[in-house]
Design a protein around this ligand. Structure first.
Ligand code: G6P
Length: 462
């Protein structure tokens, strides 16, 4: 297996981003998002080089420093012209690939590709070339290159010419679309993407479902699929426990206790993201209160939902829909003493950890999700034998499904029933399920996940 120093990680968003202080100096900030938080501790402990895109002007300025040491990580930011980067990231990655893989397009109206898509796809190709160039310059002889996610499907194809000594493995953190969904992309782009993935020595996914769909897409398009492997990410239980032990979480826990006010607590923690299905979750809660009057004034739904990708109109509209649905439910059922849904839109990590520690029921109901780390973090943090209501369409359902209450995310009635069942479940069953969830959620760590990718580069695979 490759020595740790001979591994290069490549992702779009890196573990560090920069902001400019009043005096003009550059200040490093920890990168955000699940991919970065999962990878950072492992990469720091292995000494691997991490190559990422410069995503802002301060990042581009910092990129001029070359390879940097930030919080124990060796990071190389790649300076890509802002217009090119934005077209690739926002148009191709966020507005198309994300929508295709998560099944979010409403095909009656969208997508409708014109010449602007072709121009944005050329930018996407350009970003992939720039990232491949940077890796080609930095990677040690014979290194294993771990390419992350849908932003960078073409890197291996370009690296094959520049550095044939490197072995590239791709890992997709999102779901992978099926062949019907892939037809929502222009054919040339879809086939180029598959051929780019096909240039890796192996492609990894969080669950067999997404691996099978990738292979089905390749088969339909006549692309030779490389070997695939399944390596679900899991949280690091020790890291989580030490974060949860901080004074900030203790303070936030008191606030959660007073928010619940002795009532049962349903919690969700998500980015405001159409795939997370926040609005249907609220409507299912409304249905619970309609069908089961005994829960009125007896349960609070605390929704920790924080804004994301607000340059996309769909995300702004979804945020608006989510907040107006919160207001609608509260107007319908709220009393002088009880606010049924408390929505917190601040991206506040200690409060999210405190809420996960305190829930009676955790609602994770995405339309489709590569894995969903919250579904694993919740059971590891929770101290109440809380019940997990989990979408069948989250990759994590394949691991946690036996211990969670699994629901079809489009079925509001079934979701309301599952919430009722979770709230009425007897202590022995709650304890049994919570114990099982804890052990399933801890079965894979960031280290086992990282090692599986490195092993996939070996001739005999993982
Ligand atoms: C989530 C997904 C990742 C994805 C990331 C991109 O964390 O799970 O698969 O890479 O979003 O987020 P960004 O904010 O960089 O667009």
């Amino acid at each position: 297996m490759a020595a740790p120093g001979d591994v290069v990680v490549v992702s779009n968003r890196g573990p560090v981003s920069f902001t400019r202080a009043d005096d003009g100096s550059l200040i490093p900030l920890r990168g955000s998002g699940g991919l970065v938080s999962g990878l950072s501790p492992v990469v720091a402990s292995t000494g691997a080089l991490w190559v990422a895109a410069a995503m802002s002007d301060p990042d581009r300025e910092a990129a001029a420093q070359g390879t940097m040491d930030v919080d124990g990580l060796r990071v190389r930011l790649v300076d890509i012209d802002a217009v090119t980067f934005t077209a690739a990231y926002e148009v191709v990655c966020n507005a198309n690939l994300w929508f295709v893989h998560h099944g979010l397009f409403d095909a009656t109206h969208r997508p409708a590709h014109d010449h602007r898509f072709d121009a944005a796809w050329a930018s996407y190709r350009h970003v992939n070339v720039a990232m491949a160039d940077a890796v080609a310059k930095e990677a040690p002889e014979g290194a294993v290159v771990l390419v992350q996610d849908y932003h960078l499907t073409l890197v291996a194809r370009f690296l094959a010419d520049l550095r044939p000594d490197l072995r590239c493995v791709h890992f997709t953190h999102t779901p992978f679309t099926d062949p019907d969904g892939l037809r929502l992309l222009p054919d040339a782009a879809a086939t180029e993407m598959l051929a780019g993935l096909g240039a890796h020595v192996a492609c990894g996914f969080h669950t067999q479902r997404w691996a099978d769909r990738f292979v089905a897409c390749c088969t339909e398009r006549g692309v030779t699929a490389p070997p695939t492997f399944v390596a679900p990410l899991g949280p690091d239980p020790d890291d989580l426990a030490s974060s949860a032990a901080s004074p900030a979480v203790a303070t936030a826990s008191q606030a959660i206790t007073s928010l619940a006010g002795g009532r049962r607590l349903v919690v969700r923690v998500d980015r405001i993201e159409p795939s997370k299905n926040i609005v249907r979750g609220l409507r299912a809660f409304d249905l619970l209160l309609t069908q089961y009057p005994q829960w009125r004034e007896k349960v609070t739904f605390a929704a920790f939902i924080y804004p994301s990708r607000e340059t996309l109109p769909e995300y702004l509209a979804y945020r608006q829909e989510a907040t107006s649905t919160v207001a609608w439910v509260n107007e319908r059922w709220g009393t002088a003493d009880w606010v049924p849904v408390v929505a917190n839109l601040g991206d506040d990590y200690p409060t999210s950890l405190a809420a996960l520690g305190a829930y009676d029921v955790l609602l994770v109901n995405p339309i489709r999700d590569g894995l969903n780390l919250v579904a694993k973090e919740g059971p590891l943090l929770n101290g109440h034998d809380g019940v997990l209501v989990l979408s069948s369409e989250a990759g994590a359902a394949d691991e946690l499904g036996d211990a969670a209450l699994v629901v079809n995310p489009f079925d509001l009635a079934a979701t309301a029933e599952a919430l009722h069942r979770a709230l009425t479940m007897g202590d022995p069953e709650r304890a049994e399920r919570a114990t099982a969830l804890r052990s399933l959620a801890a079965a894979h760590s960031p280290h086992t996940w990282f090692d599986a990718q490195v092993a996939a580069a070996e001739p005999n695979g993982p």
